[in-house]
Design a protein around this ligand. Structure first.
Ligand SMILES: *Cc1c(COP(=O)(O)O)cnc(C)c1O
Length: 382
């Protein structure tokens, strides 16, 4: 049997190779490689797509989060509430600006920040909340914004896995105060290298981020504050302009695949399927099931293989490559040991880490490949 990868970027390139190659050649011939009209064009198109006044392109999703926090003057002494069940960059950037990430547990169904827990974690030092629309599934932004307004907190949406996702008819990244996007190649809108963007309706924040991404430059060679070098290349901007036109089609293909997985994996014992929240439009950066921990197994620890690990190994042997996002939640990572979180403290996230399994998911995944995934998964659970 042919191997099925968790994602495959070559199939997508084949479809748009001519367009991409032409656009890249043009940029190469132009001699304008950093910033310039390609980047400005992309920023305009992306702002239109997301539905914000402003878009500031930068070097990565990580930088987008860092720049957003800097633009809000969040720093030492401040607390920022976020989820422990996410890619490290979500919390890493909070630490990078000198603030303290405060991890709250997740919702068992959506794997997103539990809004019940958010309110209890707010202190006098809390400045902002960073919800992550994990795996492409939107957070209930109506409820989150209500909490934020009550306590005068800023909301920075981590949209890295959710470009095109919607909550109540609005695109994520246009709902909170600031939206942060990643164009890492495997994201829904991926460049052919690193890239990211910040979106906002706020002119002052947009201006500040523009300066911060360019060394804090005020104009010419004058600096009032220190920034970073986080610009988007013209080549990536040209590629992203082309890919943005396909994004809705690709997201629909992801939705069709997710629907098929839902249909054919329903009512299989030993696993649970992702459940979409009413009011949202999920864009399925990942399709993530739970392989339920076997009750017979006493006191599971992170060192023992979980049943999920065994199933994953069996899938691998049959040529189906799955992924585990994320095997250890951030509050228990060695890098955050100084924060003093204990195992068992954020129990839902910890259990998710032992049970989650992301099945192959990319727009070009064929029906045959999906059938093979479904067949092999059923077999591996026996
Ligand atoms: C990918 C990702 C990031 C970081 O984006 P990069 O472009 O890789 O720096 C941040 N948050 C989440 C949730 C991500 O998945």
């Amino acid at each position: 049997m042919k191997k099925i990868p968790p994602f495959d970027l070559t199939e997508q390139y084949k479809v748009i190779a001519e367009e991409i190659n032409t656009a890249v050649s043009k940029v190469l011939a132009s001699g304008s490689y950093i910033g310039g009209s390609q980047v400005e064009g992309f920023e305009q198109q992306f702002a239109n797509y997301i539905g914000t006044e402003h878009c500031i392109a930068c070097n990565s999703g990580t930088d987008a989060l860092y720049l957003a926090l800097r633009a809000l003057n969040i720093g030492p002494g401040d607390e920022v509430i976020t989820t422990p069940f996410t890619f490290v960059a979500t919390a890493e950037t909070i630490t990078a600006v000198g603030a303290t990430p405060v991890f709250v547990d997740i919702d068992a169904q959506t794997f997103n920040l539990s809004l019940e827990q958010v309110e209890a974690a707010i202190t006098e030092r809390t400045r902002a909340i960073v919800p992550v629309h994990l795996f492409g599934m939107p957070v209930d932004m109506t409820r989150l914004l209500a909490i934020a307004q009550t306590y005068h907190l800023t909301v920075i949406e981590d949209c890295a896995q959710a470009t095109g996702a919607e909550w109540a008819g609005q695109k994520v990244g246009s709902i909170g105060h600031i939206g942060c996007f990643s164009f890492y190649p495997t994201k829904n809108l991926g460049a052919c290298g690193d890239g990211g963007a910040v979106t906002t309706h706020d002119l002052a924040i947009a201006g500040r981020i523009r300066r911060l991404r360019d060394h804090g430059r005020k104009g010419g060679y004058y600096y009032e504050e220190l920034g970073v070098n986080s610009r988007l290349d013209a080549v990536q901007a040209a590629i992203l302009q082309i890919k943005l036109r396909y994004l809705d089609t690709w997201n629909c293909q992801r939705q069709a695949i997710a629907q098929r997985y839902q249909q054919f994996l329903a009512s299989i014992p030993g696993i649970t399927l992702p459940q979409e929240v009413a009011g949202g439009r999920t864009v399925w950066n990942q399709y993530t099931i739970r392989v339920l921990e076997q009750p017979a197994k006493p006191g599971p620890s992170f060192r023992d293989p979980s049943f999920r690990d065994i199933v994953r190994q069996r899938l691998q042997e049959q040529g189906v490559q799955s992924m585990v996002y994320y095997p250890l939640p951030l509050h228990l990572q060695p890098v955050y040991s100084h924060l003093g979180y204990q195992p068992g403290q954020l129990a839902v996230a910890e259990q998710a880490s032992r049970e989650v399994l992301s099945l192959p998911m990319f727009p070009e995944l064929s029906a045959e490949q999906q059938d093979q995934v479904i067949y092999c998964l059923k077999d591996s659970l026996l």
